[in-house]
Design a protein around this ligand. Structure first.
Ligand SMILES: NC(=O)c1ccc[n+]([C@@H]2O[C@H](COP(=O)([O-])OP(=O)(O)OC[C@H]3O[C@@H](n4cnc5c(N)ncnc54)[C@H](O)[C@@H]3O)[C@@H](O)[C@H]2O)c1
Ligand SMILES: [Zn+2]
Length: 377
């Protein structure tokens, strides 16, 4: 078996590659070392160099939109894990051309190259995202399971953070969000991820190529870009704390997320490659456990042993959701995948890695970019 991992130099990709190598598989990485993720002068990251030096990984530096680069990386490959993407939700709102190009056109190029010989491939795994759901599922005492739409600007302006029942207007409790919840993509990024998923399943079904779209929930852990203000909440908060500044928290901080450690996410990819699935499917990759954004900041400060209270700014961002916690049941049943890392273990792993990293605090720049475009109120 020879596996191509696109975006394999990135945060999630690096852990997938480590695990594949550890498992003795032949690995090819195609990644253009995007400067926003890897820095302007980016060279092959040290962990990847160790694999290439040992002959365990072939690294191709190239763009997924470049058909020639993709064809060369695909030589002899029978399994494709497509992770390469532009990943900033906020940024996608003012760079829709770049996001649709990398994420959707890029995947189109990868699939077109695979279609030169579709029967050669035993599996196509594509990274989707929980962001395609918009709000999570909720339960109303009167109406049962409901799927409220994302909050409108007027509600956010009134500071009414919680969702109301779309049927009776009553109060709601967050429920586990299953794969059947209708998508409500509320950012350019989320739309591109939903399109990636639809493209993959449509083409996979048409050619009888078993295709698995993994809806990763909020992933955190070592090798996450600490200076990129557009990525995950744990890394952004840690980056702020490392610079002696308080994490900036939108709304009241009681919004909840399903944070999953990157080691679990990497294992889900291996399960998606190996599981005996029939046809194509979508799967949540999540823990099923809620944590409030405020508690993420507090737990991080606690584990770091610093006394910095988070800064609850009370402002809100267009398209932000209140609660979305995944239902892990389908991945457990079909892929035999279950997240195993606790939040405390996971944050300790992130912190241990961050100790010899520097984080440039670019949160203020990103706030300026979003505020000047009316995307923060
Ligand atoms: N991190 C999360 O919480 C999360 C959640 C849901 C989904 N995902 C998805 O998982 C995948 C990996 O995300 P990540 O968090 O590791 O992001 P990342 O930015 O760390 O990794 C993405 C990698 O893709 C590469 N890349 C970007 N554009 C490219 C191009 N045009 N050609 C070739 N390579 C390119 C980058 O250099 C980078 O190494 C993405 O598809 C993302 O949408 C991530
Ligand atoms: Zn109701």
């Amino acid at each position: 078996m020879k596996v191509l991992v696109t975006g394999g130099a990135g945060f999630i990709g690096s852990h997938v590659v480590d695990l594949l190598v550890h498992d003795g598989r032949d690995v090819v990485v195609l990644d253009n070392l995007d400067p926003q993720v890897h820095g302007a002068e980016a060279d092959e990251p040290a962990w990847l160099r160790r694999h290439t030096d040992a002959g365990a990984v072939a690294f191709h530096r190239g763009d997924v939109r470049d058909r020639k680069a993709v064809e060369s990386a695909l030589a002899g490959v029978d399994t494709v894990v497509h992770l390469a993407a532009a990943v900033g939700v906020g940024q996608s709102m003012y760079e829709p051309d770049y996001y649709t190009s990398v994420n959707d056109h890029g995947q189109g190029v990868v699939m077109a190259a695979m279609l030169a010989d579709p029967s050669r491939y035993s599996r196509f795994v594509v990274a989707s995202s929980m962001s395609i759901y918009g709000e999570g599922a909720y339960r109303c005492a009167e109406d049962g399971l409901v799927f409220p739409r994302v909050r409108v600007a007027a509600q956010l302006e009134r500071g009414e953070w919680e969702l109301r029942c779309p049927d009776c207007g009553g109060s709601l409790q967050p429920a586990l969000t299953g794969e059947g919840k209708p998508a409500e993509a509320t950012s350019v990024y989320a739309i591109t991820k939903k399109t990636q998923e639809d493209l993959a399943l449509c083409v996979g079904d048409a050619y009888g190529l078993p295709t698995v779209a993994l809806r990763f929930f909020n992933t955190y852990g070592s090798r996450q870009a600490l200076s990129n203000p557009y990525t995950g909440v744990a890394a952004i908060f840690l980056g702020r704390l490392m610079n002696g500044r308080p994490p900036m928290i939108f709304e009241d901080g009681l919004q909840t997320r399903d944070l999953i450690h990157v080691s679990d996410v990497a294992r889900s990819v291996l399960r998606a490659i190996d599981a005996d699935v029939q046809g194509s499917g979508t799967y949540n990759v999540c823990t099923g456990r809620p944590i409030s954004v405020l508690d993420v900041a507090r737990t991080l400060a606690e584990r770091l042993d610093v006394d910095v209270a988070p800064d609850v700014v009370g402002r809100s961002r267009t398209g932000d959701i209140r609660h979305c916690i995944g239902d892990p049941a389908r991945a457990r049943a079909d892929l035999a995948f279950e997240a195993a890392t606790t939040l405390e273990e996971g944050l300790d792993e992130l912190i241990a890695w961050s100790l010899d990293q520097t984080a440039e605090d670019r949160v203020d720049d990103s706030m300026r970019a979003l505020t000047s475009r009316g995307l923060v109120r």
